[in-house]
Structure formats: C-alpha cells, structure tokens
Design a binder for this molecule. Structure first.
Ligand SMILES: [Zn+2]
Length: 65
C-alpha cells in the first residue's frame, strides 16, 4: 500500500471513530433524558453546554449589593 493510501485509510478510521463518539453521546443523552450539567457526563447536551460555557465565560458581576 502506498503511503498516500495509508493516510486516506487512517483519515477514514479517524472519521469513523468521531462518528461513533458522536452517536454514543447522542444515545447517552437520549437514555439519560433531561438533566442539569454534570461533571464528567459525556452526553451531547452536557458537552455542548460545557463548550458554550468555555467559549463565553460568565461576565463579572458589576453591581454591589
Ligand atoms: Zn449529560
């Protein structure tokens, strides 16, 4: 097998692994149902929430009580 062909096979395997991970996280979310963000939960909802939280960190509280 040529190195280029090996590279394509590897890329295809990587893509398959990613699809499997996404499918697993979706089925985990379907199984668990609605729930709050949990530490260590790898369902698609929690992953998205965590990602959103990391992308826009909460703003500083600017009012005094
Ligand atoms: Zn979750």
């Amino acid at each position: 097998m040529k190195p280029e062909e090996k590279k394509i096979v590897r890329q295809e395997k990587d893509r398959q692994i990613i699809f499997e991970m996404i499918n697993a996280s979706i089925s985990l979310a379907a199984m668990k149902g609605k729930h709050a963000l949990e530490r260590g939960c790898n369902c698609i909802a929690c992953v998205n929430k965590r990602k959103r939280y990391l992308q826009n960190p909460q703003k500083q509280w600017k009012y005094r009580l």
